[in-house]
Design a protein around this ligand. Sequence first.
Ligand code: PLP
Ligand code: COI
Length: 351
Amino acid sequence: MKSNIEIQRIEKSKIDSVDFNNLPFGSVYSDHMLECDFVNGEWQTPVIKPYAPISLDPAAKIFHYGQSIFEGMKAYKDAEGNTMLFRPLDNCKRLNKSAERLVIPEVPEDIFMDGLKKLLEIDNDWIPTNEGSSLYIRPFMFASGIGFHASPADAYKFIICTAPSGAYFAGKVKVLIEEKYARAANGGVGFAKAGGNYAAQFYPTQLAIEKGYNQVIWTDDNSHEYIEEAGAMNIFIRINDTLITSPTSDRILDGITRKSVIQIAEDMNIDVEVRKITVSEVIAAAQSGSLKEMFGAGTAAVISPIAGFGYQGTDYDLPELETPFAETLKKAITDIQTNKAEDPYGWRVML
Ligand code: PLP
Ligand code: COI
């Protein structure tokens, strides 16, 4: 497959119209995209072509039955101009895990990896070098095959688009612990990066925003007593000097940032507990003063510190610490990602 990528280059780059010193998150797109069709039971030759709208039949099953999955990754460039990815094979594997659950054909690893590397080579100038910026990569797959019959489609598209991006959140966030709605349920698709999971989050998140919060802390669908995720991120809670994060399950996404943070924290001799944590435990810790930090972890936001949370009409503030774990861990992970530190884990993939 390696050499078998068709390449159609743009006539004129639009890069000069982009202000790399003021990058938004995920809304400016690079010159090219990779597109690969699955038809007649086979993946076709991937094509790298100018970024442009795609044409779909109105009966394409993506529109009706939501067979759609995605990934989120980042490419970085160091001071010497080297380009690198962070644990990219984990994204490929997770995309295929999501694919299996949504009855979407798995994308071959060589199409994903060789296609991505070639795309990054062609759009290399789009990878930002400014501190805190990176090239956000969005691989996704969806049902392009048609029919109103509620069954899996017979054709799919795999696309990779990239977007030079700045920070996902401007600063600390204020969150609301969810008491009624759920993003995922036992036996459902919460562990998959299925588009529908995010659609399901929008309404409760909108209600939280109307109440003055930035996002929702998801609790389990059954009792709403267990803390599970922070918006579209995994959650970490520090009580005294112990860092606690929920175990992954079929309701929780197995985040690559989460597992990297756990590893780095353990190697810094931070006491990490992967266990269920209840809302009552967090409230009791907030009241006694032992709740020190809460933060979300995910590719887009990296580590997003939480300023405070609301629950049952009461707001709880988190203390301002001099050297929060969130800051130490964010520096450690981004230094590995951007080639500023040794990578003892072999996570960095240089292109
Ligand atoms: N949880 C959810 C629901 C997500 O959408 C994401 C984002 O990808 C994460 C957690 C974090 O996962 P990762 O660190 O692999 O980006
Ligand atoms: C990511 O963190 O990369 C994600 O995919 C979350 C997304 C909803 C922005």
